[in-house]
Design a binder for this molecule. Sequence first.
Ligand SMILES: *[C@@H]1O[C@H](CO)[C@@H](O)[C@H](O)[C@H]1NC(C)=O
Ligand SMILES: *[C@@H]1O[C@H](CO)[C@@H](O)[C@H](O)[C@H]1NC(C)=O
Ligand SMILES: *[C@@H]1O[C@H](CO)[C@@H](O)[C@H](O)[C@H]1NC(C)=O
Length: 691
Amino acid sequence: MKIPGYGSILPLCFASVQAITWTATPFNPPSIPLAVRTPYLSAWLPQGSGAALNDAWPTFWTGSILGWAGFVKVDGQAYSFLGTPNVPGTTFNKAVQKSSQFTSTQSIFVLSAGPVDITVTFLSPVEATDLVKQSTPFAYMAVSAVSTNGAAHSVQVYSDISAEWVSGNNALLAKWSTSTGAILTHEVQLQSPAVFTEINDHTQYGSAFYSTTNTVGATYQTGADVTVRAQFINNGRLPNTQDTAFRAIQDNWPVFGFSHDLGSVTGASAPVVFSVGHIRDPAIKYIVAGGGTQSRSLYFWSQFQTSAALISSFLGDFSNALSRAKAFDAKVNTDATRISTDYASVVALSIRQSLGAMEVTISKNSNGSWNTADVIVFMKEISSDGNMNTVDVIFPAWPVLLYTNPLLGKYLLEGLFRYQASGLYPNKWSVHDLGSSYPNALGHNDGRDEAMPVEESGNMVIMALSYAQKTGDKSHLTQYNALLDQWTQFLITDSLIPGDQLSTDDFAGHLVNQTNLAIKGIIGIKAMSQIASLVGDTTRSNNYSTIAANYVSRWQTLSASSSGNHLTLQYGNAASWGLSYNLYADKLLKLNLFPASVYDMQTAWYKTVRQPFGVPLDTRHTYTKTDWQIWTAGIVTDTTTRDFFISSVKKWASDGLSSQPFGDWYETTNGAPEGFRARPVVGGHLALLIL
Ligand SMILES: *[C@@H]1O[C@H](CO)[C@@H](O)[C@H](O)[C@H]1NC(C)=O
Ligand SMILES: *[C@@H]1O[C@H](CO)[C@@H](O)[C@H](O)[C@H]1NC(C)=O
Ligand SMILES: *[C@@H]1O[C@H](CO)[C@@H](O)[C@H](O)[C@H]1NC(C)=O
């Protein structure tokens, strides 16, 4: 992790606060996911204290606008339902939002447009066990209508996207084309793409696609925003024309629109379905043994020759995808509601965001065919620094991987293992990340990555064992045994008395002798003991087990506060304390390494240091982390304390003080946001589902 570079530039709060006038289920979050599938397909509806679907523009996770507009006409009267378009010379009303709802995969809005209600469903599929579908960088928007007064009404639906979906710089020149046939597709690109490059976190190459099925009455148009939208508002249909005066994204804002005629609507209409997505190829540059690089592509290419074939399959699959999504949502909700309804709501808000930071890739064989035996998943450390496969970001996110598909976790670790097994990384501890800026996984051959030696070494050993325990697949344990042992040897030397270093909470600064870091290191040693046992090395297993047990008893003396009622943050600093979330791995791996008395003591202590919005991360500040609070909820020994942590995270997520995608870092005294948003670490909120 790293302190964000621009958190101070973007406004974190809405200045004016107004109560919502619709039903928000399960609550009104800081920002509602609309199309969230990859680091570059990440569209949200900022909320603050509440914004209807037609009160604000959808934004990229950074807060920059992504033009995405929607109108509906009912008996000739136009209503806006998506975005806040201004269309001079026309008259339209705003549809009135009646409800908003989010589940693990869907965000659903109902708005009334005169005598008709429309339901707008944004579906970002979570298909973790199907790598073709999980790697498909597309999301759906479905719109259906129903009469609310029993009478039939004439209904037409319109939507467009702008060229803001292809760059982080609206002064750049774009070009576009429309293809017709069974599917209508607008494709938008930069005129001068820059491969493997970002501007303001937006990718700078590839294409954005907006598509819909070419059913009877479907029409399209490309052109200036005011022109195309006015066409629909005035006529209820588009003229099937293209504007070929290619120009800058912000030059008379070209938009790419479709309309559908639903005809006469009484009962609920079949939905009209739009798909939005962004494809770039190759997706990732990855360092390989010898120091060269490899271009990697999204997994779906192994099944589809063209983007058109992918889009056709994706659109055609909508009703099945919706059924699968509903089943997944129901399973998550049932599992999480066993803990509490607050917990279920926090989990539902976390899953799309976490998986939306990842991409599943494959390479090519030397003869040019796809090599689906070579899968690596990449994760962007969104918002904090843009690093690739940051070990201490994968680690907090680990629960969502174990819950949805542990193989994704294996494939996330594979890139890290393979790079370090190449010998290109010089340090004896684990690397922090695979590359400083997504999507360039160029390693750190100079060894000067952000050093978190105990943190990352412990994380790698713990995750490797966790995956093998969950799946029975020992391949990483055998293939990368030497690396795992090397990191463990480092932990044996350096984790009982941790030197002055960063932990994952680097924003809090360096510290020597961190109690919680020592916990991680000692668990890592015990985990390697189990790994050694699993690969048949009994001698090593026994040795490391003895060392870990010895360290635990010494650690108990070192880490105790003189008052004897809590662990310290730092050895010898009696008044200090913190969230000892690293104990979670002792539970997850079922090691029973730390005595029950430690868990009981911490549980009792946290009751005494509560703030209105949770328990601070440690005594250096009053801010806290959502992921580490939920992990701590997983180690406390009574449900009251567990539920306090969970409800604190929900209280923050629903307090209306942020308009950014779910932030994992906030202030416990007043529930104000700190600089992180949209990060994959919220996958850690599933920690209680996998114990
Ligand atoms: C290409 O190479 C792969 C891996 O060596 C092999 O499995 C595949 O059959 C080859 N395909 C063709 C068309 O030669
Ligand atoms: C860290 O803790 C050890 C054990 O208590 C102690 O000997 C050492 O002086 C401490 N280091 C620092 C820099 O305080
Ligand atoms: C146990 O492991 C430590 C650390 O690698 C090593 O120094 C020690 O010699 C080992 N002891 C035995 C009995 O193998």
